[in-house]
Write a protein that binds this ligand. Structure first.
Ligand code: DCP
Ligand code: MG
Length: 405
C-alpha cells in the first residue's frame, strides 16, 4: 500500500464521557446539548438515545418529542478538551503525521510505523487499548489506503469498531449501492440536487459522471473521483493549535532511579522527535521535559531553543532540564518540542552565529550513540531508523533499563 491511513473517532464522545463519570447514566438515553425547555440543539447523544431517532445537530424540541424520557444534560467543554488533548497525545505517538479534525477525531498517517496492514491492525489495537485503559472510553478505528476510505471504515462498525479497506476496489464494492450521502463530501443540499436528478446511489454517480459535474460543478468532479475510490490526499497537520507540539515519552515497566540511564534515554527521545519534526517540516522554538514520578506526580520543565533541527540540541537542552529536577524514582520520561511553526523564522538571530555546522552535529550524534552502544552493548549503527518506531523505542528503553551499568 502506498499510504496507510488511520481514522480514529470516539464513540458518542461527550455522552460517553458523562456516562464514564456517572455510572447511573449508563445504558440510558442521554442527550447532551440544550435542555428541552431551552433554545438549542443536540450536540450528541448516547447510542440508546439514537434508537429513538435522536441525532447530533437536531433541534432539542424535536429530540424531546422523539425521546421525552431521555436524560438531558449541558456539555462540559473543559472536561472534553482535557480528554481530547490526552487522546491526541496517544494518537500522535503512532503516526508520522496526524491531522486533528475535531476534539474526538483525527487522521493518522501510519505508513511508516505500520509498514503493513497487519502492522496497522496492531497499532489500532494498541490505541483502542490505551484509550480504554487511560481514559475509560471507546473509539472506532478505520484503516485504509485513503482518507475518505479510512473515515468510511471507522464509521462502518461503530461503536468500538475496527474495519479495514485496503484497496480502492474494496471501497467501491462496499459503498456502490449506498445512498450518495455515504460520500461524506456530499452534504444535504448536494444530495438533494442529485436525488432530484435521479442519482441516488454511488453506482448512479459512477454511471452518470457528466450529469454530476453539470449539477455540482467543481465539487461534482471531486465527488465522481471519490465514487471511483480515487483520493490521494495526504494527512496534513493543518490545525495550528494541534500541530504545536511533537513529543515522545516512555513509561518504564519498573521505576527508574538511575539518572544516568534517564539521561541516556533522552538521546533516543531527542532523535525520535527531531526525526518526526523533520518529516512534517516543523521547527520548534521550545522544549519540554516531562517526568512522572513513582507516586504518579508529574512535572514538566520547559525552556526555549533556537533550533530543533538537531537531535544534539534537543538532547542537550533536555539533559540540562533533567539536571535540575528532584531526583526521585521515575515511571515516565518524555520530551516534546512546542511552538512549532511550518517554516523556520527567516530572520537570523544572534544565536545563529554560534550554531554548529551540520557536520559537527553529525559527529556529535555519532559519539553520543557510540557511548550508548558501549554502555548498554547495543548496536545502533545502521539500526537508527528502527528506533523511530514506537515499539522499538519502548523495547530498546526497556533493554537499556535492564542492562544499565
Ligand atoms: N458535536 C456537536 N455538534 C454536532 C456534532 C458533534 O457538538 N453537530 C460534538 C459532540 C460529539 C463530538 O462533537 O460528541 C464528536 O462528534 P461526532 O460526530 O464524532 O459524534 P459522536 O462522537 O458523539 O458520536 P459517534 O459515535 O457517531 O462518532
Ligand atoms: Mg465521534
Amino acid at each position: 500500500m502506498k499510504q496507510i491511513i488511520m481514522h480514529v473517532d470516539m464513540d458518542a464522545f461527550y455522552a460517553s464521557v458523562e456516562m464514564r463519570d456517572n455510572p447511573s447514566l449508563r445504558g440510558k438515553p442521554l442527550i447532551i446539548g440544550s435542555m428541552p425547555h431551552e433554545r438549542g440543539v443536540v450536540a450528541t447523544c448516547s447510542y440508546e438515545a439514537r434508537k429513538f431517532g435522536v441525532r447530533s445537530g437536531m433541534n432539542i424540541k424535536e429530540a424531546y418529542r422523539l425521546c421525552p424520557r431521555g436524560i438531558y444534560m449541558h456539555p462540559h467543554f473543559d472536561k472534553y478538551k482535557a480528554i481530547s488533548r490526552h487522546l491526541h497525545e496517544i494518537w500522535n505517538t503512532y503516526a508520522s503525521a496526524s491531522q486533528a479534525i475535531a476534539l474526538d477525531e483525527a487522521y493518522l498517517d501510519v505508513t511508516e510505523q505500520a509498514k503493513t496492514l497487519e502492522g496497522a491492525r496492531q497499532i489500532a489495537h494498541v490505541i483502542k487499548r490505551r484509550t480504554m485503559e487511560e481514559l475509560g472510553l471507546t473509539c472506532s478505528v478505520g484503516v485504509a489506503y485513503s482518507k475518505t476510505a479510512a473515515k468510511t471504515a471507522s464509521e462502518e462498525k461503530k461503536p468500538n469498531g475496527y474495519f479495514e479497506i485496503p484497496e480502492a476496489e474494496d471501497f467501491v464494492n462496499l459503498i456502490i449501492d449506498r445512498d450518495v450521502r455515504v460520500l461524506y463530501t456530499v452534504g444535504a443540499k448536494s444530495a438533494e440536487k442529485l436525488h432530484a436528478a435521479g442519482i441516488h446511489t454511488v453506482r448512479d454517480i459512477r454511471e452518470n459522471p457528466e450529469e454530476v459535474v453539470r449539477l455540482l460543478g467543481k465539487q461534482g468532479r471531486w465527488i465522481v473521483q471519490i465514487a471511483n475510490g480515487i483520493d490521494d490526499r495526504k494527512v496534513v497537520p493543518y490545525r495550528p493549535e494541534e500541530a504545536k507540539s511533537i513529543g515522545r515519552e516512555v513509561t518504564f515497566q519498573k521505576d527508574v532511579s538511575n539518572y544516568e540511564l534517564l539521561n541516556d534515554i533522552l538521546v533516543l527521545l531527542a532523535l525520535c522527535i527531531v526525526n518526526r519534526a523533520k518529516r512534517v517540516g516543523l521547527h520548534g522554538k521550545g522544549i519540554t521535559l516531562k517526568l512522572t514520578y513513582a507516586d504518579m506526580k508529574s512535572i514538566s520543565r520547559s525552556r526555549p531553543v533556537f533550533s530543533t533541527d538537531s537531535a544534539v540540541t534537543v538532547y542537550r537542552e533536555a539533559a540540562a532540564l533533567l539536571e535540575n529536577v528532584d531526583k526521585r524514582p521515575v515511571r515516565l520520561i518524555g520530551i516534546s518540542v512546542h511552538n512549532l511553526s511550518q517554516e523556520r523564522d527567516a530572520q537570523l538571530s544572534f544565536e545563529n552565529f554560534f550554531e554548529e555546522t551540520p557536520d559537527v552535529r553529525e559527529k556529535e550524534i555519532t559519539s553520543l550513540l557510540n557511548g550508548l552502544s558501549r554502555r548498554y552493548r547495543l548496536d545502533f549503527a545502521g539500526n537508527l531508523d528502527k528506533i523511530y518506531r514506537v515499539e522499538t523505542l519502548h523495547r530498546t528503553v526497556e533493554y537499556m533499563r535492564t542492562h544499565s551499568p
